[in-house]
Design a protein around this ligand. Structure first.
Ligand code: NDP
Length: 257
């Protein structure tokens, strides 16, 4: 059960992509617990429905929208419906992503494309569909937030992670530019850059070198939990309107880089 606190986010509407697992699911719970109405987006509807039930049982407000964010017209359709139902969108957590490390010489072109389609094109589809609603929210007395989930991979160097890292470098750099463009309109833009977080993300990795490295790291450090990242996001969007955390790097204490 998710307990709702009458809190800092009461009256705000938050859209969270990739809400069916991991960081997105934990963020939905954290924002709902602070009083936000949360719109949950992902492809696995049954997972979204179960999460929505848990949030509502705890006194929160939530609804589920099945969508593949790589499909631009589907995202635009869902955005119109969310805005029509709630009348506004104050927070977008652009979180859906996939990590498929492999050596470049393996030429796993379908994996390159999958990461580019979701981590870049999907992220842009969401920005395109919700920015005007955020600008409208930002023109009022309260803040508006675009939170893009990047990674430490945007800057740090990991062999076999080149394409994933490239997509996350795009997310970080885009976010800095969008902040400069949207800040004057009352919209804060943040890129969240976590180290290793234990989620379903690692389960899609099929390159044994990366799998072994990830598995081996567990004996050297305690990975972050999705709730740790969710708390950082909830803190970021709960700050006074004048404060914009531009980049938040959040590491497992034992992860050196
Ligand atoms: P998960 O695999 O648990 O979550 C990924 C989410 O994205 C799922 O809810 C999935 O839902 C959704 N998703 C995948 N494809 C699509 C699609 N085409 N359309 C809509 N939703 C989609 O991983 P995490 O929670 O770890 O990942 C969240 C973000 O955090 C990602 O951007 C990732 O790159 C980033 N990150 C993660 C780190 C980690 O160590 N875990 C570290 C740094 C950054 P569904 O399948 O139901 O559509």
């Amino acid at each position: 059960m998710v307990q709702q606190a009458q809190g800092a986010l009461a009256g705000r509407v938050a859209v969270i992509t990739g809400a069916s697992s991991g960081i997105g699911e934990a963020t939905a719970k954290a924002l709902a617990a602070r009083g936000a109405r949360v719109a949950l987006l992902a492809r696995r509807k049954e997972r979204l429905d179960a999460l929505g039930d848990a949030i509502r049982k705890g006194g929160g407000q939530s609804d589920a929208w099945q969508v593949d964010v790589t499909d631009r017209s589907a995202v635009e359709r869902v955005a119109s419906e969310v805005i029509e139902r709630h009348g506004r969108v104050d927070i977008v957590v652009n979180n859906a992503g996939v990590m498929l490390p492999n050596p470049i010489e393996a030429r796993r072109v379908e994996q390159w494309q999958q990461q580019i389609d979701l981590n870049i094109t999907g992220l842009m589809n969401v920005i395109g569909a919700f920015t005007s609603a955020l600008v409208q929210a930002g023109s009022g007395p309260g803040p508006a937030d675009l939170v893009n989930i990047s990674s430490i991979a945007a800057k740090n160097i990991f062999p076999a992670f080149a394409v994933y890292s490239g997509t996350k470098a795009f997310v970080t750099h885009l976010s800095i530019h969008l902040r400069a463009e949207l800040g004057s309109k009352g919209v804060r833009v943040t890129s969240i850059e976590p180290g290793i977080v234990g989620t379903e993300l690692q389960s899609h990795v099929d390159f044994h070198g990366a799998r072994d490295w990830l598995e081996g790291s567990k004996s050297q450090m305690e990975w972050l939990a999705p709730e740790d990242v969710a708390e950082a996001i909830a803190f970021t969007v709960s700050l006074p309107k004048r404060v914009n955390l531009q980049q938040v790097t959040i590491m497992p204490t034992g992860q050196p880089s």
